[in-house]
Structures are given as C-alpha cells and as structure tokens.
Design a protein around this ligand. Sequence first.
Ligand code: BGP
Length: 473
Amino acid sequence: MRYKTINPFPNDFFWSAATSAYQYEGGYLEDGRTLSIVDKNINPAYADTSVASDHYHRSKEDVALMKELGMTAYRFSISWSRILPEGRGEVNQKGIDFYKNLINELKANNIEPLVTIYHFDLPACLQEEYGGWSSRKVLDDFVYFCKVLFEHLGEQVKYWFTINEQSNMFLLPYLMEFEDDTPLEKQKYEMNHIMTLAHAKAIKLCREMVPDAKIGPAIGLSPNYPETCRPEDIQAAKVADDFRTYVFTDLYVYGSYRKNIWRYMEEQGINPTIEEGDMALLQSAKPDFIGVNYYQSRVVKYAPSTMEVKDMAINADGNKGETEFEVLPGLYQGSSNPYLEKTDWDWEIDPIGLRTLLNELNDRYHLPIIITENGMGAVDHLSDDEKVHDQYRIDYLSKHLEQCRLAIDDGVQLFGFCPWSFMDLISTTSGFRKRYGFVYVNRTDNDVKDLRRIPKDSFYWYQNVIKTNGLEL
Ligand code: BGP
C-alpha cells in the first residue's frame, strides 16, 4: 500500500550509524584490556580483532567524519573487558577515559550517543571461570558491569541497548561457547533464559540509576514467509516466527514464554530452569523501545518429522549459493526466495520485509522502535583515484529507508535508523572482505596498510538524505 503524499521523517529522528567494540576498536590488549570470547573465537581465516579499524587510536578523527556525514546519533558498544579486565572487580580507568572522551567528543558535535552494553564480547576469563552465560554467576557480574557504566557514563548517555542480537547468539553458535556433555539445544535455552534475566536486571538498574534514560534490547530479526500457500507451509512460517522472533520479543515485552514453545521444549526435555522470582523479574522490566537489526527476510516450508535435524551453514566466503538451510523436523525448514535478489553472501534483499516486520512488531507490542542495524555487506573496490563506487549499497539503503518512511505513515513509532556500519570494520564471519561502511578503511585482512579513511559514494548519498531529513532518498 502506498500513500498519495510523501512525508518527511519526524524532525527529531535519529540519523545514526552503528559499530561494535570488537569489530571496530582494535587495541585489543592495550591499556589493560583483556580478551573476550569473540576475540578468541572469530574466524581465524580472516582478520583478527587486534587492530580492527583502529578506532581506539583515531576516535577524534572518526567523530569528525560522523559530523561531516551529518549524523545526529551514533550507536556503538562498550567492551566489557576494557572496562573490567578481570570481568568484575577493579575498574580500568583507561577504559572509562576512552569512552568518556568519545562521548564528550560526540556531545560536542551534537551527536547523541546510543550505547550497547553487550555485543557478543563476554570477558574470556568469565567463560573460563564458570562457563560464561551457562551459569547464573554471570548475572552478578553483568549487573556490576552495568552499574559501572551507569555510574560513569549515565550522566551523558540517555539511550542504552542491553544485549545485541540475543536471537543470533542462539541461532549462530559461533557467538557463544558451549560444553560438550549437555545437548546443545538444552544449553541454548538455558543460556537464553539467563541472558533474558540479565537484560531485565539491566533495565531495572538503569531505571534506578539513570531515571531519565531509555533502555531496550537490540534484536536481530527476519520475518519468515511461507514457500507456498499450502496450509502446512503457512503454519511452518508462523512456527518459524514463534521460534526465531516471538520467543525473544515476548520474553522481553511480556515476560512470558509462548505456550507452544514451552510445550515443545518440555516434550524435548530442553526447557530452561526457572527459579522462583524469575518470571516476576522479567515481567517487571518492560523495555522502553525495541531495537531491530534487519538485513533480510527468510522463506520456510514444512519439515516432516521424519527428516534429520540440520543446523544452518552460513556462507562465510561470499561465494553465492553456499548457504545451507536449517531443518527442524516437525516444525520448519529454510528455503530460498525466487522473487528476491541476494548479496554475494546469499542474504536475501527485501526492503518490503522491513515494513512488514515493523508493522507486526508495532501491532503486537505498541512500543517505539529504532532500526539498530541494516546494511549490505559487499566486496568494495578502491579505484585508482581513491573512490569507492558502492551504488549497490546506496540502492539497498535507499529502498529500506523508503519502507521505513512508509512504516511511519502506517503508524509505526520509528525514531531512528542506525545503518550498519558507520565505517568498514571486521565482519564476524568474513573479516574485511565483507564491508558495510560509509567510509572505506584502507586495509585488508592480512595487511593493515595505513588504515586511511576514505568516504565512499554512499557517504555522500547518506549526507544528503540526512540534510533533507529523508525526503531525498
Ligand atoms: C549483526 C551483528 C553485527 C554485524 C552484522 C553483519 O548480526 O550485530 O555485529 O556483524 O550482523 O554481520 P556479518 O558481519 O556477519 O556480515
């Protein structure tokens, strides 16, 4: 559905862009920082996180580029092991100073800091000590980390994201560490429950310590389409939405497990341990907004219960056609969408899917929404005259923003857009080969070169989008 008139975006809309600490900062053992699980587990075939985009040493220069771009907000994450090198206990002043200086620089340039507390990077020492997210011991450490952040940065930071993509940590196990002797699915649901408790505790603490701040999750979501109008496929798509979206969002907003999922977990013997007070805690911590990371939609069809379970195999190399779809017997299996173009990593490009998803979330939860990630990973080429002609990225973002504008007209309370990523940074699966930024970083996986910053064509396109408040896409 289209409307006859085109409205601009709301006047106070956050024109932002996103990064995360381990992918962007580098300096991974500098000034007291220790390693996180993701530093250790990142795909060794590509760049490691030691230098990344060297933001740790160039934050002033980078903020100047954000200003030039016209950004009115910036989403970034805080490295837990830079603030608390032992996971808890003594606070690393140099870590605090780094983020304080960054935030002051942003504020001085009228850029609102949007801060993610946890973006895949549990301090490795906590993983070794008690198994990280598999143990409830992590709750006290996470709450302590939040307390340190609210205490030191709360005066300046008024928008917080608790946990980035709990949904994907669950779906893509390379973002987590598991033990060998318990069934994987059981471990995942236990961790998911513990992580949701951590999220709820962070919300409650934020409300106590920074009452004028807003806080919510940033969750990775893809709507599921049925492959055909066969009732079994329609049902499979609904089930896929339940298992891949609503299990997380219902827990966040309503503090309850969906009945069908709970029953499935019980029958499979994989339901998480619920202790007294858990559900009351979850119910008492409704978020102020939902952050949505959206890259693509998915297609599913019915999977007969006689099939074998299969995990999704992601395409890490960027050679089209390498993705293998997951199979959950009796529930659903993934399939491909013949109507959509795909990136080289097989991500299906579906701007309309974003509008559909935003409307679904709005109908269900009636909460403000911010797009915390959206973007296109590609191999970019730097020309001899130092240009990057990334028209494909402009097309991708422009079409998605158009659907955001329509969603606002539909009634969705969308208050910001944080494309992934502000600058090139390490892709967790594919290093520097797969780039997302508005700004090119002159390095490859194996050669850090001079790490020079070069605005791409998409930089100038986004600059104009911001200048016209989204009227010219
Ligand atoms: C999201 C993550 C980001 C980022 C992005 C792109 O899942 O929150 O950290 O990595 O996806 O993914 P990738 O780098 O695998 O292409």
